[in-house]
Design a protein around this ligand. Sequence first.
Ligand code: AKG
Length: 190
Amino acid sequence: DNCYSKWERIEKVKGLWIVRNFLSSHKQSRLLSSIASENWFTQPSINQSMRFGYQNLPRWAINLSDSICQSCSSSPSPFLQNLSMRYPFFDQMITNVYQPGEGICPHVDLLKFEDGIAIVSLESSCVMDFTLGDETVPVLLEPGSLVMMYGEARYVWKHEINRKDAGFQSWKGQLLDQTTRTSITLRKLC
Ligand code: AKG
């Protein structure tokens, strides 16, 4: 049912696309329950879980990967259309849980991962900043959204989430209500 995915190109950052309503709220809840039932985040000190290898991905992650793949195949981007023929589409996953005030420092993803990276956002909205030199392009990541990055967005621009000032991330002058944020990053090893 992702035939209706609405792909939006972030014009200033080449190779950056977002589907704002990729997952319905029902699907977001189901995904969060699946993550909870893995029992990865039983202690507050544990905020990340990595899985390497297609065969080590949980069933729900394979399903998510399949629906991202299907959505890419019907996207307006020739790169993503072509990417959707890759197999396996993804074979590595990181699930991150961010408490209010926590984010991720500016970085370019490691070169051991192929081009074409997906980030699915759950729970708290946040702003992800893409930076290149002195240029910054903020992108609002709402729950249920899908980001795909490739090319310059993946290799040249850095991405970061700065929530240090807990409760004070703002979007277009509006304060974002900061709660826990969960994200699922899917990539393919080279
Ligand atoms: C990474 O794990 O490299 C990320 O950039 C994660 C981004 C996110 O959590 O939205």
